[in-house]
Ligand binder design. Structure first.
Ligand code: PGA
Length: 261
């Protein structure tokens, strides 16, 4: 795996399309994205798109038909494999669709749909069990930041999320640090602040899983990442990529983020 010369970690840019794009729109976006990106771009950085559930199959078909080196991610999952859980989708169902990443514990899931740290942990375990990789999100609210509680909040979320996870799995996963006040607001953490918090998360991972997994785990920043600010964010040594919402919806904009420098 080609990675950052110093850290050995390959940056990962993931587009979280949230509840946007019908499957027809999604097909167009992923096709356009593939026209904009070159083999060199994929070599330098892993590219993942996370469409809504109804678009997963269509996007997977495009990726497979054109043999695109674009990873397919889901935005959520339930932890049970099957059963009477109306409206839910299981990890094996996603894995069978060619999904390789699953966003777990996004702040919108936590805040709007009541996901707890314990539920996030069950999902992380279930995603691994099905052979996929979780992108586990954490982040503080504005009130928590202003009260100086950022590190405590993020520690709690990471510690709970990683509970019982094998250190080798920890090394292979992705963590996304997303300050809630920066999501969709146009405000983002300064690159230095984001780097500091991500450094704190890495230290915490070292304490929980060991130095090697901490050095290997990729930690993204998320929250109002745009073509205009991505280079400064990616210049930070602890930051291994971005989880991008609004600016991933258009192929041109997301392609600019993927080729940040
Ligand atoms: P944003 O969303 O880029 O629109 O701020 C990021 C996210 O919620 O993952």
């Amino acid at each position: 795996m080609a990675g950052d010369a110093d850290t050995g970690r390959k940056p990962i840019m993931a587009g979280n399309w949230k509840m946007h794009h019908t499957h027809l729109d999604a097909i167009q976006v992923v096709q356009k994205l593939s026209y904009r990106l070159s083999a060199e771009d994929y070599e330098r950085c892993e590219v993942v798109v996370c469409p809504t559930l109804t678009s997963l199959r269509s996007v997977q078909t495009v990726i497979e038909a054109d043999n695109l080196p674009i990873g397919l991610g889901a935005q959520n999952v339930f932890w049970e494999e099957k059963g009477a859980f109306t409206g839910e989708v299981s990890p094996p169902m996603l894995a069978k669709l060619g999904v390789s990443y699953v966003i777990v514990g996004h702040s919108e899931r936590r805040e709007i749909f009541g996901e707890t740290d314990e539920m996030v942990n069950k999902k992380v375990q279930a995603v691994f069990k099905a052979g996929m990789t979780p992108i586990m999100c954490c982040g503080e609210t504005l009130e928590e930041r202003e009260a100086g509680e950022t590190a405590a909040k993020v520690s709690r979320q990471v510690q709970a999320g990683l509970d019982g996870i094998d250190p080798k799995q920890v090394a292979s996963m992705v963590i996304a640090y997303e300050p809630i006040w920066a999501i969709g607001t146009g405000r983002n953490a300064t690159p230095e602040d984001a780097n500091d918090t991500i450094g704190t998360i890495r230290k915490m991972v070292a304490g929980l899983a060991g130095e090697n997994p901490a050095a290997a785990v990729r930690i993204q920043y998320g929250g109002s990442v745009k073509p205009g600010n991505v280079a400064a964010i990616m210049a930070q040594p602890e930051i291994d990529g971005a989880l991008v919402g609004g600016a991933s919806l258009e192929a041109d904009e997301f392609a600019q983020i993927v080729r940040w420098a």
